[in-house]
Design a protein. Sequence first.
Length: 321
Amino acid sequence: MIAKEMRITPRMEKLEALNRRLPELNPKYPEVVAEYKRRMAGYRGEKSVYFYLAMLPDKDYLIFHGLRLFDGQYYFQIDFLLLCANFAMVLEVKNMAGELSFEKEFNQTMCKRNGTEERVKNPVLQAKLQAKKLKVWLREHTCPEIPIHYFFVNSNEKTIIKVEPKDDQMTLHICNSENVLERIEQIGAYYKKDKLDKKELKKIKRLLLTNHTPDDPDILQAYDLSPKDIPTGVQCPDCFTIPMIYKAGKWCCVKCNLTSKTAHVPTINDYFLLIKPSFTNAEICEFLHIPTIHIGHKIIKSMNLPYTGTFKNRVYHQPKS
């Protein structure tokens, strides 16, 4: 059963909007693009693993994607958590191209690609740490003790993994996405008696979902940017030029001549993600370059946004969905 479905995080949504609107000449642009590409590659890798996990029997497993929990000092995030009556399993998913080599002596991982080699974080140790943190978290929330297993799951079918001979401990906790179900079934077959009953499983599920805290930063502040760094105006959905001009009920692109009646919708969403989660009619008219507040009111009304306040003092809010 999918207990927490897979979806893009608020941080990734904000990065996508910032990547879309931040001028390429801005000094922070390369950093934004790099983080966005890295997180999207990770998301695509997790999605490929999710394809296999969804095949697990609904009656036996609870599947949580992207749980982010607070341990009293810091947040820790788990790519996938599987929970059943016998055990829990933490999956650390990586979508890394090239060749991954695990060296036993210093417990380090080397990644070789495009003729260069660099040290990267050991994903097995990352999975082990997340499992340890989860065990402590469950104990502090008075949950019954259960075995917690962990795996690094490689989701990139072109990646080559090399482990030094006789490093069985490392090999035991590594698998590719296509054989993750087999590894889960092997561990499941080991347990003959249930550790948790249905009531306890429901309690842990509720606790995890209630305490999940999405990664939802002020993305401009995270990159030491301000709203002044974000160009105002409706962005052309075809050639991405900013701004489009509003004429006779349509948005017109001055570069590619595209016309659209709805081009303002993604721009308003960008405003919510980058500037603030609410606006007045006057504020959005200024951001969209709308000539009059009457046209602004007509456009906003068509979107059925939630709002508070009377007509003159009305504030429109970002939809919860």
